[in-house]
Structures are given as structure tokens and as C-alpha cells.
Design a protein around this ligand. Sequence first.
Ligand code: RAM
Length: 973
Amino acid sequence: MNDIQVFNLTCEYQINPLGLDVKKPRVSWKTHSDKRGTLQIAYQIQVSQTENNFQNPLWDTGYTETDQSIHIEYGGPDLASFTRYYYRVKVWDNHGRESEWSEVAWWETALFELEEWKAKWITPNPEEIDPATKAAFLLRKEFLLKDNITSARIYATGVGLYEISINGERVGNDLLTPGWTSYSKRIQYQTYDVTSQLKGQSNAVGIMVADGWFKGNLAWEGKRNLYGEKRGVLLQLLVRYQDGTEEVIVTDESWKTSTGPILYSEIYHGETYDARLEQGGWSEPSFYDAKWKHVIVHDIPLTKLVAQENNPTRVTETIKPQSVFVTPAGDTVLDMGQNMVGRMRFTVDAKAGTKIILNHAEILDNDGNIYFGNLRTAKQKVEYITKGEGPETYAPYFTFQGFRYVKVEGYPDQENGLSLDHFLGEVIHSDMLPTGEFECSNPMVNQLQKNIQWGQRGNFVDVPTDCPQRDERLGWTGDAQVFIRTALFNYHGGPFFTKWLRDLEADQLPDGGVPFVIPNVIDGHSSAAWGDAAVICPWTVYLSYGDKRILEEQYTSMKAWVEYIRSQGDNEFAWNTGFHFGDWLALDAKEDSYFGATPNELVATAFYAYSTQLLRDTANVLNNAEDVKEYTDLLNQIKKHYRDEFITPLGRLAVSTQTAHVLTLMFDLVVDKVKERVAKDLNEMILENDYHLQTGFVGTPYLNLTLSDNGYHETAMKLLLQESYPSWLYPVTKGATTIWEHWDGLKEDGSFWSDDMNSFNHYAYGAIGDWMYRVVAGLNMDESEPAYKKILIQPEIGGREMTYARASHNSMYGQIVSAWNITHEQIRIEVEIPVNTTAHIFLPNAKIEDVVESDITLKEATGIINLLQKENGVSIVVGSGSYHFMYTNERGLKQIYSDDSRIIDLLAGEETKEILEAFVPGISNPNGVLASLRIQPIKKLLDHPMAKVNREKLNKLIGKLNSIEFELDTVKQ
Ligand code: RAM
């Protein structure tokens, strides 16, 4: 085996994608090397139409000198539809090595041309079956095939949600197809490889289709039929034979249709399935369909069709219920132990006609009863009626629920206890590749990280939604924008956002305004921080994956949004008109209001500046010099206006909310002394609030970033670790397993915020994850070289209660790890850097001569490109490889416990002092005043790794500790 290998070939982000309609697909790969400091210096790509034969490749780049290893655009002859292209890659590196050819990978094209659609959209004849029926339609067709089939593909879609079967067997495992797009403009079709499901004789294909997002109830005003009145399907089956001939089976007037066991199915409300109405064998040949009804051609333009763009929605995990209990109200309830999104599968053996009802909810109320209030009108109810022929298993087809608890009714003999074995939770979301992990020494923070990831899973069901349970579940632009950077750490979201942003562009208004939700199904558009998703999201995808094409594709939309803002009101450099959500749900809002106290004009103008800046940066990436100039000038003017409007002559921010300060800092709206002042004021506001935040959707995502970036990392850490309300950990103390919409969704007294709008699965505040990855663990990038081509490893080590943190991210180039661990004596930093990237690592408070790297001195270590002693640590540039740095913790405990915040907790009394001395020697300073040590619960103190310093002495004091009353006083230093 060679010591340098190319692996993980992807095309348009995917491994072996089936059914692309991209004319110039882009390929990427990763490289493994057994040597540090490996960079690619050249590649060769070959593309062939025959699998293991590259003798006469269709496209051969030859030896191409470049370090580019991601998004290389196919440059060969035009691609044909319905064709599989095989490709392989080899690379040369800076150590003079040439890799073997990679394993062969492929992509397969779907349809490029409209004329290639031979199928017609069909729908049941409305004179024979009422299009308004809630029952799902079954559509079928029987056909004959010859022997020696070499390949068979189905290209299919539906308006409504569809599922296909061939010869009685389900096709594929994708759910909720064709996904949710702006159906009036774009409808995705899916491609399925059905070669193994067909035979050389009679075959049958069946399609089920339900209302789904297309015509079911959407949004909270009971709306339905938003995209049309009639469901429909379109299917084209292409069969190829060994002799080179082809056959095409399509949807047309010859299909037959009926209704079946699904009597009702709705995204919000659940499903009713009467198994007695199953039509056994309906998607098999020789089924008796004489009584079935006719179909007619449906008038949906084929021009709307696009091949599947994002990862399909699937079951990605199953969860067994943890327990079953009877509530005080007498309900039998399953507890899944996790607020999840998906559906329940269950098995039952009962006599025909037994009705089992499942009602799903997220939470229990104060009395321990299952709580449906926050679902508003969403029913989340699944009903199943048995056919009674032995054990039968069911899970709903065309709906999903957001729940942790399931109320079960009608299950045979349930009064005597339910067997958990008959129930299984199926977790459903867009099947994106997990790419990020964060963990640290604080278990509560680790739970927070889990909650963030679960929040993402539950709300990435084909579109990025705000909530998965109530009658909403909409693609709120603001939420997507605040969370995207965290999202892209956790999961590979390239295809997911590519698709959603195309819908954003499709639904953008002619004047550049951006609807509140995408796909747009409600009234209202263009709120600051919501509409900015048009700019922030493509930019973030570009940063994370180096995807320039998304910038090219979205550029018009991005620019239209900035120009939209510019045209509002009579001051080109401000945005002081229109409706805005502002700092949505901030705690400085007036009683019972959702709107935070930060003035709209400030939020809107700040985001205007930010979007203009990102547009300028995008123009720069796209080499559009004219726009770079245009938007640099505009940006300067907006900033100037902002300062004139909001900064006092003496350099103070005139709006005294946390969020105003956060935005001012985050978007670089002030510099130098004013910036210092704004940061200091922000820090003081937090201190005055005893380390509690007040921010809403707009300020929260950036709060800790701005504190850490401006010298107040300690405060940011305290905010993270704050357990009392309001804080990120408060919900964790209340047992949360997902992120909540409100800081006080569940109040301290156990009551709920309100029924009105109270999601317990809402990712917006999970945007803190970005800071945890980038700052706490220190896994960051130099944005001038996106996709982590130039990695920054700059962990902020320590904080009162954190002794280690570790983040990993599987980037386009490969796995990146940044981990640190601190003890009284030592600091260890572990780093993993993928081939073809470099990293700038900062070892805080280190001295070059003191650092060892994998047991040798820094100066002798390999892979190090540059080494620099700085005042506050060592700065190192390395190439790829794994590195283990270790050095003395010079500052030791004093550093960890010294407190440069203003309030010092004085622990008075000799006894206390003695205990603390035992715990932290030298903690008393020469003046006899104790340095700050916030009193922690005693147990925590003893569990603390630092406690080993003088455990023996400490142990002797344990008895005393329990009886001591700490006297707290506050002194100024
Ligand atoms: C509610 C949700 C959503 C938010 C909008 C403005 O529907 O909180 O997340 O974006 O309001």
C-alpha cells in the first residue's frame, strides 16, 4: 500500500450520486498521508463511461499542477442524460510522491432536456374520485418486460407526498418525497435504481400519494391547497437490456387509481390508517383492478422539474421508549427519553377493527400530565385500525411528529401495562452526514451540545424549520441565518442549503424583498435579520465548503436584497422603515411582548451594514471589481451613518441593550477606543446582571463571540456555565433534551411561558455552538482561505470549571481536531490537521523551550513550518498531521482562579480560609484578601480535578465543610 492515498471521492458533495442534472459537476477528494506536512502539488482526474476501463477516458486532465482538491469542475465533453460516469483521481505531493489511482467512484446523470420527459403528470379523474378526499390515492400500472435487464431507473415525483412500490416491494427508503420546494416554481424529482426489483415478464408499479406540503394544511391560519387543488404524480421508468435496447414505462392515461388504507394524512395532524382497507397485491402484477378508477392528465408544467438537490429525508436512528407510565389524569404515556422528530412504529396483534390511537407531545406539565397546549391546532395524532390477521406493524407514511411523550389509547390490554418492545421511535430528518463533535469537562455543556444537535436534526426535515411540532414548521429565514454556522459544523449541509437557497431565490420578490419564510406560505416579507439570510447563508456555505458556485448562483439574489434595503425610506444609508421582528423574544421586551428592547432602526441598520459587507466580500471572491467598489463605498456610508446616529460624541453607544452592543461589535461598526468602550460597557451590563443574558434571536448568537473577541472571554465562559435562569444551561437543569424557543419556555415554578408560541425544539439559541467550536475548543479557520484550507487552532483555555474541551470537524479536506486539557501542572493541546491544509496554532502562555511535541522539543519536531515566541504564548504554523503539544502550566491555579472581573467574592473567616488554602494553596494574596473563588456546591468542589492538590488535608476538613456556613461579602479591590 502506498503511503499517500486518495479517498472519499465526492461529486457535488455526494458519494456516488444517482440522478444529477448538473451539467458541470464538481468533484472533490481527501488524501491520506503517513507523513506530516503533506500538500498536494498536482492531480490527475480521469472520467470514463466504462467502469474499470480508463484506457480511452472521456476526460483526462493529465498531470495538472495545482493544490486544488475540492470542487474541481468537470471539463470534458457535454454530459449525456441517463448516463453513469466513472471517475478516479491520483495526486502528487510536496514530498515527491505519486499516489496510486483512487478507487473508482461515479456520478449518474438524470434528465437534462425537457423532451426527455416522456411521462405525463396524472391525477385521478375528479369525476370518479373527489380530489378533496383526505384519503391517499393509489395509482398503478402493469407492464411486460423482456429478459436480460441490465439496468432500470425510475425518475419520479409527485405533488403531494409520494411513495413507490414495484412488484409489491417499496422502492428506496427516502421519506416525504419529493421534499418541500417552492412548488409553484420548482419541483424536485427523485431517481431510483430499481434494477433488482424488476423481472423479465409481467411487472407492476404502484404509487401512493397524499396531500403533504403541497395541498395539506400549512401555517397556523388553517390554510390548505396552497400550491394547488389536485395531487398528481409523474413517473418514468427507463429499462435497459443487454442487447443495448431500451424501454420506457411512463405515467399516462392508461394508469388506474383507487383509494386505500390511508384515510387521512397531514404533515401537522398525523395519519389515519385502516388496515382493513389494504388492497393486497395492488402494486403487483395480476392484481384485479377492474373496479379501479381512471386517471387524467394533470396540467403541471414539466419546466418546473429539477433533479433532487439535497440529501433525502430518511429514518436515521431508532429509539426504544424508555418507560411507560400512567399520568395523574389517567393517560398511558410512553417516554422516549428524548424530544425527537419522526414517527412511532408499532406492532399489534388484535382482532380486526381495533383502533389504536397515538397522540404525541413534547413535554409534561407541572402535574405530570401530557401537555398538548403548545401544539396549537396541530393534532399530531396517529390512528391505526387493525385488520386482525395476526401481528401487524405500522408506522405512518406521510407525516411526522415532534415529541418525547406518546399517549397510547386502544392498545389491547393496555390497562395491564404496555410492553415497550412493541414500540419503536424512528428519527426522521434530511440524511446529512454528521461532521462535528464538541465535548468538554462540563457534563451540562455536553448535554447542551447534544440538545443543539437534536434541535438541528428535528428541524432539518427537508427545509430548515423553526419548530417540528406545532402548526407552523416553517422555513423561517431568521432562524436559518442565525444557526447556519453551527449547523455546518455539526452536519454536512452543502446540498441542504443549496436547495433551500434556490427556493429563497425563487420566492424572492421582484423588488428584492425576502419572504419571512422559505418556501413562502405566509404573508409578510423583509424583516431585518430575517431577509439577511439571503446573504448570510450563501456566504456561510462558501466559508464552510469553499463553494464558489453557490455565490455565483445566489449573487443576484444577494445583491437584490441589499438593494432592496437601500431603496427603503429616504435615507440610503439607514434602514428606519417597515416592520421588523427585531431582537425577537429578548428578555428586555415589555411584559408579554415578543419584541426585544433594541430599536428596530439599530438592528436593521446594523444588519444592512453586515449584508453589504458580505456582498462586497462576495463580489471580491467573484472578481467583480466594480461591485467591490460600489459596496465598499456603501458600507462605509452605512457605518458612518450608524455612528452618527447611535454613538454619542464622547464615544458611548447610546442604546443600552446587550444586543445593541453585541451587533455594534460583531459587525465592526465601531473601531479603536469606541470599540473598547462598547465592549467594556457590554461586559459591565452582563456583570450587573450577575452574569445573565437578556438577548433574543438577534443578539444571542453573537453574544459570546463578541465578548471573547474583545477581551472578555471569562465573562463569556460564565454566561455559558450559568445555570440559573436565564441561560443556556437553565433548560438543561430542567431536563431539556433539545433547545427551546424561549429562555423561559418552562418557568422556574414549573409553569409554561404560554400556549401561544412555545416550542421546545427550536434551534435558534443553539447558535452558541459556533462559539463553542471556534472559541472554547479553538477550531477555527482563516476566512481568507475558506473550507479550512488555512486552519486556526486558538483555544481559549481554562475558565473556572473547564479543564478540557475537544472539537472535531470533518471538513472538505478531512478531519480536523482541536483538543486541550489543563491540569495544575500541565497544558496539553492535541491537533489533527488534514492533508493539503496548514494550521496556525497558538499555545497560550507557552514558552518555546518548554513545549514538547510528541515527546520531542518543538525545535526538533517535524511538520513545523514556522515557530514564533510571542508575549503571551507560542505561535506555530504546521502542515498536516497529528500533533500533541505539552507544556507546563506556568500560571497554574492562580491564573485559573484569578478574577479580573470587578466583583470579588470575599470569603471571610479563618476556617473558610483554611479550607480554601487546602484546596488551592496560595490563594490568599499578601494583603490577606482572598483572591476570588466563587463558592461552589461542596460536592462539586471535591469533584474538581484541582482538589487533588491537597486532598488529604481537604479530606480532613470535609466534615467541617459540610457544617460551615460561608459568609459572603463583597469588597472592592
Ligand atoms: C415564530 C418563531 C420563529 C421566528 C418567528 C419570527 O414563528 O419563533 O422562530 O422566526 O416567530
